[in-house]
Design a protein around this ligand. Sequence first.
Ligand code: THU
Length: 152
Amino acid sequence: MTRTTPDSLSEAQRDALLAQAREAAHSAYAPYSKFHVGAALLMGDGSVVTGANVENASYGLSLCAETVAVAKILSQPGEAGRLVAVAVTGGAPGHPGEGMVVTPCGRCRQMLNEVAQLGGTDPVVWSDGADGVLEEPLSVLIPHAFGPANLA
Ligand code: THU
C-alpha cells in the first residue's frame, strides 16, 4: 500500500485544506446539536471534496460531515481516485476550530477507509482545534481496518 506521509504535503496545503473544511462547516444543517462540522478531502488529482453534517429530526439518522464527503466521492461516475489528505473541523455555528480538536468519529473513520483502500493510500488526517491541529495517518485512527480488500 502506498503510504502518503505528512512530509509529502506542505504546511500551505494543510492550511488551505483546513480553510476549506471551515468554509464547509458554515453549510452544516445541524439545528439539533448546533455543532457545525466541516470536512475537506484532498484527492490525488488536486481536487477537493467537502462535506458538512446533515442532521435529521429523527436524530439517529444524522450524517457526519466526513460521511457526506465520502458519499459525494463514491456517488460520482468512475474511479474514486486517491485520497491524500483529510481535514476536519467543528464547533459552534460560525466558530469552527475554536474549541476542542474534532477528530472523525468511529463510523467516519470506517467511511474514510473505504475511499483510502480503493485508491491504495493511507491519507493524513488533520483534526482542527483551538490548541492546534492533530495530525495522524488514517491507519493510526483506525488500525487493521476492514475494507474492500477483505472482500476481494
Ligand atoms: N459529527 C460530524 O459531522 N463528524 C464527526 O466526526 C463527529 C460528529 C457531527 C454529528 C452531529 O451532527 C454533530 O457533529 C454532533 O455530534
